[in-house]
Design a protein around this ligand. Structure first.
Ligand SMILES: Cc1cc2nc3c(=O)[nH]c(=O)nc-3n(C[C@H](O)[C@H](O)[C@H](O)COP(=O)(O)OP(=O)(O)OC[C@H]3O[C@@H](n4cnc5c(N)ncnc54)[C@H](O)[C@@H]3O)c2cc1C
Length: 438
């Protein structure tokens, strides 16, 4: 085959789907999907951390809804909240402080007014923390934006850039913030205010939708080496495979380790890339309707988790009748160490403190999953390092795509489009290929 695709997550599957022909795809696990996968624990469906679908791209929307899910989804209005000082306020925090203690609201509003009408930094913010304060002011920064982001990313916001925020962090107008401080929520903000989720089967229904359209898929077959002089990949079963192009969806630091003779500067850049790990603790609860929310953010350090989600509210089929479930997320990174042996007990204690569970006896089953890498961290060298690595890989006919192949904050639709982009580029160079439109 001309094209060897490494990894059958959404990006690799999408590359195969759009190449249509002349490819072989190797996946080290016994199933497709990568991060986009679900497990079933006696009728309780848990995704590898919560995965909701939304897209601003018309092509991705049509591919996801009509080809991959084929109608197996329902749209829903997001019900996401922040838990602060014992109060739930609707997401995003900056637009909905109604209900918080008056002194918190006062600090948030005063901070915003000062930020909008006085120039704090005297120029372009140098990092994410400065951007937060310049955009939202000291109060919103102090109560939510800085602590929450530190907890979720696992790195001080002072060490991050903010090239990833576009379209992700809502920046409401001053009048909207004022309204949201004085009145209960009326408007939903942000790109995922309405999202889709599979009715049946959890999020793994999405990658499984690719499978009937894919051929030459080899599961349980990892790629362990790439020789760019002989144009071969070596597989975990010791076989070798010749290629003209490699489409890699592996994390950049991993693929660089598989390559022969990488220049020192490229190796250094790969070693410098930062990421976090997300541990999820999934709990099966012996009580119906323990929450009416989709998910809740926790900015306060007294909780070990930064987010809780309730799978039964994404689809009723995710949980047996009369039961509920909770997915707890805890981040870890080289800047944020955690005590693994205490995670489960700390989680239960936190859930009891906020009244979501009443006692240990309500937890009838549980499982944990750890995702690493989970989030690519936008540290201040991110762009320089990624450009250097990708330029080198392209020069060796290794086309990198997907969340960790691009090393960007990509959602599922972005990962699908990233695989398509590489397939289209290769197809343009080889005119005998034709790409697919859904
Ligand atoms: C905590 C979390 C929450 C998320 N929530 C959402 C959400 O709500 N909405 C949304 O749209 N997106 C969400 N995402 C993002 C989404 O999961 C990803 O964008 C998408 O699944 C990435 O697909 P991928 O194919 O690029 O990478 P991956 O899924 O990582 O696929 C890579 C594949 O390569 C395989 N592989 C690795 N090494 C080898 C090897 N040596 N040989 C062969 N195969 C190999 C892996 O097994 C895997 O199958 C979330 C991600 C995380 C971490």
């Amino acid at each position: 085959m001309d094209n060897v695709i490494i990894g059958a997550g959404l990006a690799g599957l999408s590359a195969a789907y759009h190449l249509k022909d002349d490819y072989i795809i190797f996946e080290r696990e016994d199933h497709v999907g990568g991060l986009c996968w679900s497990v079933d624990l006696d009728g309780f469906v848990f995704d590898k951390s919560i995965h909701i679908l939304y897209s601003a791209d018309a092509y991705a929307t049509s591919l996801i809804k009509d080809v991959l899910l084929k109608g197996n989804f329902h749209s829903q209005a997001r019900e996401s909240f922040i838990y602060l000082q014992g109060v739930y306020t609707e997401y995003p925090f900056q637009a909905h402080t109604f209900g918080l203690p008056p002194q918190v609201i006062e600090e948030c509003l005063l901070g915003l007014v000062k930020a909008r009408y006085e120039n704090h930094t005297g120029g372009r913010p140098k990092n994410f923390a400065e951007w937060v304060v310049a955009t939202f002011g000291e109060g919103i920064a102090k109560y939510f934006m800085l602590p929450y982001n530190r907890r979720q990313w696992g790195i001080p916001p002072e060490l991050m850039d903010y090239t990833w925020i576009d379209g992700r962090v809502p920046t409401p107008k001053v009048e909207e913030v004022l309204h949201g401080a004085l009145f209960p929520p009326k408007k939903k903000f942000g790109p995922n205010s309405e999202f889709w989720y599979p009715e049946m089967g959890g999020i793994k229904s999405l990658p499984l939708g690719f499978v009937p359209h894919i051929k030459n898929l080899h599961l349980n077959t990892g790629v362990v080496k790439i020789n760019t002089k002989r144009n071969t990949v070596t597989l975990s079963n010791n076989e070798e495979c010749l290629y003209k192009n490699v489409i890699s969806t592996l994390p950049l630091p991993v693929v660089i380790r598989l390559l022969d003779e990488v220049p020192g500067a490229v190796q250094d850049a790969a070693n410098d890339l930062q990421y976090n790990t997300i541990h999820t603790i999934n709990l099966c609860i012996d009580r119906p309707a323990i929450s009416d929310k989709h998910w809740v953010y926790f900015p306060e350090d007294e909780f070990v988790f930064h987010r809780l989600s309730f799978m039964m509210n994404f689809s009723r089929k995710n949980t047996p009748v009369g039961k509920s479930s909770i997915t707890v997320e805890i981040s870890e990174s080289k800047h944020k160490q955690i005590n693994h042996s205490a995670l489960f007990e700390d989680t239960l204690r936190g859930l009891q403190r906020i009244g979501i569970i009443r006692g240990k006896d309500e937890v009838i089953n549980h499982c944990t999953m750890s995702l690493t890498p989970a989030y690519v961290i936008y540290d201040l060298s991110h762009r320089k390092n990624v450009n250097l690595i990708k330029e080198y890989m392209e020069s060796r006919n290794i086309h990198s795509c997907g969340r960790f192949g691009d090393w960007e904050y990509l959602n599922m639709d972005h990962a699908i489009l990233s695989g398509k982009r590489v397939a289209d580029r290769i197809s343009e160079r080889s005119p005998h290929f034709s790409t697919i439109t859904p």
